[in-house]
Design a protein around this ligand. Structure first.
Ligand code: PLP
Length: 475
């Protein structure tokens, strides 16, 4: 090692700022006000150490060309600190037009549910105490009456998600016993939920009957034997068979179940608490109808059309729900107070169907009138055009939004899109920069253009998109 080399290295080391020098700066003070001081100091030390190590590995040419003013290093460390202190789970802007997007957390919660979360999380809560008696309570009671009122069922329980609800119900009613199910209903949802697999895990023995497009009542009856535990019907949420189709109705299955004293389970997937066709939307199965048609147990999600937190809801006959609640597996898939807080607030919205649109973000997005969408699209297009100018092209597109979450399969909602093409940036790069913005913005690419669907935007987000695009173009 030449003396020259050593001198250069030492020169750089002597330039490195001290931790205390950095901490005096206002920008660092701001971070210390927001985050624990020790965390910030630790991170600074880590960055300085890494920088020192990097310097020892540099060639003489690299050493000569390195800009290492204190200010420069301070700025680099600050931006690294800021990004490392950000949470991994962030609120994002959904400009995809897919309302119930599992990757984006499905339903946005109502203001009522947000308030309930904040209130319950700030202190202790009555999650398992019966307040009048002071005795240990049962968390299922928190929402059981709401659910039985809304669905007409005798009893209800809530677990972690609908996959858990299905697993728990199958395990309770059909462990080591046969569950009869039509081949047309052996579905996969979102890649990881498969009826045959969940059945295997539950201990139920799958007894497939019928064919993909055709299953008759007599085939269920033919399959019943002394090992049968359950008749299962699954709503084929995310696909539709058209053409020569015959499925056995829930009512017929329920009558058969009664005749042989076997429970009938209906996995609804999304399920809805009232008929959406009253708002002009296609009909999604209604939970109370499944109960009325004679299902003994019905399972559905809390965060699909219901618009609540991730949860799996089980409603049905009390004698079966009692068994389900007592199952040790129920303890393993129970949900926490935050879920109950948000779910209870969401369920209460459904008692006033007239006002629900004003409060329920997912429903409001589904029902957003085209003139409202057009107005929002105008705002977005105008803002983007002003920022982008002659650096690219901004225009309206016609297109479709989706409900998503396996709800209302094959139904698309006509929407208003704003699309952008930049002269000096590929749509892939632009999409990535949008995702790395603060807040992250999620878009789609259609025919080499970046597309923003205004349907899934929430108040104030158009401004944020315009500001983000402006920052991206300034970089
Ligand atoms: C979505 C769905 C599930 C899984 O529900 P999660 O809440 O995602 O666990 C199960 N069954 C059907 C029919 C579904 O549509």
């Amino acid at each position: 090692m030449t003396a020259d080399f050593k001198k250069l290295q030492n020169n750089i080391f002597s330039q490195l700022p001290q931790v205390d020098w950095l901490l005096q700066k206002q920008e660092y003070q701001n971070l210390i006000n927001l985050y624990p001081r020790e965390l910030v100091v630790d991170q600074i030390r880590n960055y300085l150490n890494t920088f020192r190590k990097d310097v020892t590995k540099m060639t003489i040419d690299e050493l000569k060309s390195t800009d290492i003013s204190k200010e420069k290093i301070s700025q680099v460390i600050l931006s690294k600190l800021k990004s490392s202190l950000q949470p991994n789970l962030k609120r994002v802007i959904n400009a995809t037009g897919i309302i119930l997007n599992t990757g984006l957390g499905r339903a946005p919660l109502s203001k009522q549910a947000q308030r309930a979360l904040l209130e319950v999380s700030a202190g202790f809560s009555s999650v398992e105490i019966d307040l009048p008696s002071g005795k240990r309570g049962n968390r299922h009671n928190l929402v059981e009456e709401l659910l039985t009122n809304l669905t007409g069922a005798e009893a209800a329980a809530v677990v972690n998600n609908n996959a858990a609800a299905t697993l728990l119900t199958l395990n309770t009613l059909s462990d080591h016993k046969e569950t009869i199910v039509s081949r047309g209903e052996l579905i996969t949802i979102g890649g990881s939920f498969r009826i045959p697999d969940i059945m295997k895990k539950s201990g139920a023995i799958m007894r497939e009957i019928g064919t993909t497009n055709h299953t008759k009542l007599w085939e269920y009856e033919d399959a019943i034997n002394e090992h049968t535990g359950l008749l299962l019907k699954v709503h084929t949420s995310n696909y539709k068979i058209v053409g020569f189709v015959s499925e056995t109705s829930l009512e017929e299955m329920a009558t058969l179940g009664k005749k042989y004293n076997l429970p009938v389970m209906h996995d609804l997937g999304s399920g809805m608490l009232f008929d959406l066709s009253k708002f002009g939307l296609p009909k999604e199965p209604v939970v109370s109808e499944s109960i009325k048609f004679g299902a003994d147990v019905v399972t559905f999600s809390g965060d699909k059309l219901l618009g609540g937190p991730q949860a799996g809801i089980i409603v049905g006959k009390k004698k079966y729900l009692d068994l389900i609640k007592k199952n040790q597996l129920a303890r393993a898939v129970r949900c926490g107070k935050l879920t109950f807080a948000a779910l209870e607030a969401t369920l209460r919205l459904f008692f006033d169907e007239e006002k629900i649109l004003a409060h329920h973000p997912a429903l409001r997005m589904m029902l957003s009138p085209e003139d409202t969408l057009q107005k929002e699209a105008n705002k977005l297009k105008k803002g983007l055009k002003k920022i982008i100018g002659n650096r690219g092209d901004v225009r309206f597109e016609k297109g479709l939004s989706e409900v998503g979450g396996g709800s209302l399969a094959a139904e698309s909602l006509p929407t208003r899109l704003v699309s952008v093409e930049l002269k000096k940036m590929s749509p892939e790069d632009f999409g990535k920069k949008l995702r790395l913005s603060d807040p992250p913005i999620i878009t789609r690419i259609v025919q080499d253009r970046t597309v923003f669907d205004v349907r899934t935007l929430i108040a104030g987000e158009i401004k944020k998109i315009i500001a983000a695009v402006s920052r991206i173009l300034q970089e």
